[in-house]
Design a protein around this ligand. Structure first.
Ligand code: ZN
Length: 251
């Protein structure tokens, strides 16, 4: 299964592919969201053996971990137990509400978007502040279904940009949002401009859940980054960032 993604990455001409399965969450044991706990060592073995089999492409062992306040110790311990190249940090839950899960869409109609956005960005700032993550994944996931606040979000964007700089955490520019109702890259252009201005470093991701989605819309990610001021793209090995290239801004 994972081998198909490697073939897709090679066919797309990518120099590198990272796997970022969702870490099992004892806090939210839901098989539709993550693998089971006993599948984690199997996943790690599978990616490492693919790396051995395919020296012609760089294969990175990553993981995406949800941030739940109060579970930092457990997460740190779990992440230490495997030879991950990078850890994506993400927020998919506000309290018990999985706000990006289409099964929970009705809750959006009961909520005030402005309060949801503020709560989300407070959690993201805490996640970054935990220092547990190398890369912040899909930084404005909260926009996924298109319920948008009237209030300008610049203050939230700046708060996140500052936290990322302070904790030397990169941010993912992801084409996954193009496949969602919002139909827009994560992060939005105004958010990306703040990140670029603050000097945050970036990674590109497609969050592929099918082989044909590997590397999808990467030229669009590059164009958006260029338009929003540019920045340094980084890769990771053994949880250490290495600068890959600098993308110049267009103005
Ligand atoms: Zn995610």
């Amino acid at each position: 299964m994972a081998a198909e993604y490697v073939e897709a990455a090679k066919a797309a001409g990518l120099a590198e592919i990272g796997f970022s399965e969702h870490l099992p969450m004892p806090q939210r044991d839901d098989r539709s969201l993550t693998m089971a706990a006993d599948e984690l060592p199997i996943y790690v073995e599978e990616v490492l053996s693919l790396r051995d089999k395919h020296p012609e492409i760089s294969i990175k062992l990553g993981i995406e971990a949800d941030y739940f306040p109060g579970h930092e110790e457990w997460l740190a311990e779990t992440l230490r137990s495997y030879p991950f190249d990078y850890v994506l940090g993400s927020v998919h839950f506000i309290g018990d509400w999985g706000f990006d899960d289409s099964r929970n869409l009705a809750e959006w109609r009961r909520q005030e978007p402005e309060r949801v956005f503020d709560a989300y960005y407070q959690l993201v700032a805490k996640a970054v502040g935990s220092g547990l993550f190398d890369v912040l994944a899909h930084p404005d996931l909260v926009k996924k279904f298109g319920f948008m606040p009237a209030k300008d979000q610049t203050a939230n964007y700046r708060m996140i940009a500052q936290a990322l700089v302070r904790h030397d955490t990169a941010v993912e520019i992801s084409s996954a949002g193009l496949r969602k109702p919002i139909g827009e890259i994560y992060p939005s252009a105004p958010f990306l401009k703040e990140l670029s201005a603050a000097g945050v470093r970036f990674t590109f991701g497609s969050d592929a859940h099918r082989p044909r989605e590997v590397g999808s819309a990467f030229p669009d990610l590059l164009q958006l980054l260029t338009e929003c001021g540019g920045g340094v793209l980084v890769g990771f090995r053994g949880r250490l960032a290495e600068d890959l290239t600098r993308v110049s801004g267009s103005d």
